[in-house]
Structure formats: structure tokens, C-alpha cells
Write a protein that binds this ligand. Structure first.
Ligand code: PBG
Ligand code: ZN
Length: 323
């Protein structure tokens, strides 16, 4: 039998016809950090190109995003006052509730996702209520408050909620709370496999959410554990999550692929602050061809199985795709 060992070289046209993975502007969710005030747009030192904004500036930003074809955002709030239970997070006039209302009013066609957690709202910076005796987060007390937070977001008009605190039973709790209040069709994107990662460093500068004591290792995942990482996501699927997520993205593509092969739900990756900063500063120092490496990274996420990419690069990618 004749066997030809040399592969036919494909020309550019044929290469694009047979390309297995593509990146589209529709794949992206862009994070916005919102604080009170007016006319505020402050660049974050550790993340050039990323800003803390007041609501009016965020509304202007949405105009820009739409002109680039980006119609999905995820909101993070920086409240004026932080306290031990994160009161602003469950307040109808809190920073996030106000942002959702204002943004949806100005841009009804924008898909507004909310990050649901307490670390930006508590004075100790942990993702929930503190159990003083054990110096750790009190899982069930946090669940109860999370249910309230979800309803505040839902009433304000959020299109999807994304719980990121890694509390056990969070998806079931939120699903029950939302269904009970008539929000059966509000989807939940679970931060289902979230690792205790050093890559969140710059985010904690923007969100002003560095824990004042201890770390998040008791509720976030050990980067060394693959099987546990899969189990966490499958548990969220069983509890009723609509979309699963792996976070961070780049160092965990094996986990993305394995979860993808074990679920029928759509999958998101969170291309986190530290990943953004690495490329940004390497590019600013002419150490890499920035645009090329950004696109290569996005293709890698899609190839690993991501359907959705949450990324601070979204605007740059949208511009590159337009070229
Ligand atoms: C809040 C939250 C974090 C991120 C998203 N939601 C921070 C954390 O867990 O410390 C990180 C995002 C990023 O680094 O870009 N729980
Ligand atoms: Zn948190």
C-alpha cells in the first residue's frame, strides 16, 4: 500500500478553511470596576488600561464597548464603606445595585453580569462572614447573605449572576432563592473551579480587597489538585449552575479541557488580573509582540474548551479582530 510521508503544504486560504478554533468578539465578557462619585476614571497602577470608574463613566464606557461589538460586562463594586458583614453588598442602594439600574437604563441592550461575593465589601477582605472563633469564613451564614445579595442584583435588573466566593452549596442556595422570588429564568454562572492563586494580586489592588488576615486557601482550591477541581465543577452542575468556570485560566488549561469533556454545560474561563499584567508589562517593555501573544492566548483558551472568555484584553481583542 502506498503511504505518502510528506504532508501537503496548505496555502493561506486553505489554512483558514480548516482552522479548528476561532476567536470571536461574541466570546467575551469585559470586567468593569465601579465606585461612587462622578467623572471618576482612575487607572490601576498594576493594570495599565484598566480603570476604576464612577457610574457615569461606566455608562460612557459601555458606548465604547458596543461600538467594538462588546455587549457583555461583569461588574465589580468598590463601596464607600466596608464593614464586617459587607452591608453595601446587600443594600438596594449599594454600589452594585445602583450601577446595574443606571447601566441597564442607559443601555438596555447590554448584558450585565454581576460578581457575587463579599470580599470587596467587608473590612477584613474575606469572601464571607467571619467565624471569629475559628478565624475562618462561616460557610452557612455567608450562604444566607448571598441569597439576599442575589435578590438585590436580580431586582436591580442583572442579566446573570456569577457567585465567586467558593462557599459550599452556593449554587443550590441561590437557585432556590431566585426561583422562590420569581427569577426562575435568571441564569447562574458559577465560579465553579476557582484556585487559591497568586495571579489575583493586581485585582486585589483595584478592588481594594486584600484580606487583612490569613488567606483564601480554606475556601479556594489547591492548585495541586486536579480531581478535586473537576469534582467542584460537577457539584455546581448538579446544583443547577448554567455555566461553569475555571479561574485563573492560563495555568489551568488542563482543568478546562477535563471539565469540558465531563460536562454538557457551557464553560467560561477567567483570564485574571495577573495574567493580564504579565502580558501588558512584557509588551510595554518590548519583550514580546504583544498583539500576537494576546491573540495566541485567546485561541489557547478556546482550544482548551472555553466558550466564554472573561478578560481585561477584550477591548484590545475586539480591535484586533476588526483589522
Ligand atoms: C472575588 C473575585 C476575585 C477575582 C474575581 N472575583 C478576587 C479573589 O478571589 O481574590 C479575581 C479576578 C482577577 O484577578 O482578575 N472573589
Ligand atoms: Zn471574594
Amino acid at each position: 500500500m502506498f503511504q505518502r510521508f510528506r504532508r501537503t503544504r496548505l496555502n493561506k486560504h486553505l489554512r483558514s478553511l480548516v482552522r479548528e478554533t476561532t476567536v470571536n468578539v461574541e466570546d467575551f465578557i469585559y470586567p468593569l470596576f465601579i465606585r461612587s462619585g462622578e467623572g471618576i476614571k482612575t487607572e490601576v497602577a498594576s493594570m495599565p488600561g484598566v480603570y476604576q470608574m464612577s457610574i457615569d463613566e461606566a455608562i460612557k464606557e459601555c458606548e465604547t464597548l458596543k461600538s467594538l461589538g462588546l455587549y457583555s460586562i461583569i461588574l465589580f463594586g468598590i463601596p464607600d464603606v466596608k464593614d464586617s458583614v459587607g452591608s453595601d453588598a446587600v443594600c438596594e442602594h449599594g454600589i452594585i445595585a445602583s450601577s446595574i439600574r443606571a447601566i441597564k437604563e442607559a443601555h438596555p441592550d447590554m448584558f450585565v453580569v454581576t460578581d457575587l461575593c463579599f470580599c470587596e465589601y467587608t473590612d477584613h477582605g474575606h469572601c464571607g462572614i467571619i467565624d471569629e472563633e475559628h478565624e475562618t469564613v462561616h460557610n452557612d451564614a455567608t450562604l444566607e447573605l448571598s441569597g439576599q445579595q442575589a435578590l438585590v442584583h436580580a431586582k436591580a435588573g442583572a442579566d446573570m449572576i456569577a457567585p465567586s466566593g467558593m462557599m459550599d452549596g452556593i449554587i443550590e442556595t441561590l437557585r432556590t432563592a431566585l426561583d422562590g422570588a420569581g427569577y426562575e429564568n435568571l441564569p447562574i454562572m458559577a465560579y465553579s473551579t476557582k484556585f487559591a492563586s497568586g495571579y489575583y494580586g493586581p485585582f486585589r489592588d483595584v478592588a481594594e480587597s486584600t484580606p487583612s488576615f490569613g488567606d483564601r486557601a480554606s475556601y479556594q482550591m489547591d492548585p495541586a489538585n486536579r480531581r478535586e477541581a473537576i469534582a467542584e465543577s460537577l457539584s455546581d452542575e448538579a446544583q443547577g449552575a448554567d455555566i461553569l468556570m475555571v479561574k485563573p485560566a492560563l495555568a489551568y488549561l488542563d482543568i478546562v479541557r477535563e471539565i469540558k469533556d465531563n460536562t454538557h454545560l457551557p464553560m467560561a474561563v477567567y483570564n485574571v488580573s495577573g495574567e493580564y499584567a504579565m502580558l501588558k508589562f512584557a509588551g510595554m517593555n518590548d519583550l514580546i509582540d504583544y498583539e500576537r501573544v494576546v491573540m495566541e492566548t485567546m485561541v489557547a483558551f478556546k482550544r482548551a474548551g472555553a466558550d466564554i472568555i472573561i478578560s481585561y484584553h477584550a477591548k484590545e481583542v475586539a480591535k484586533l479582530l476588526q483589522k
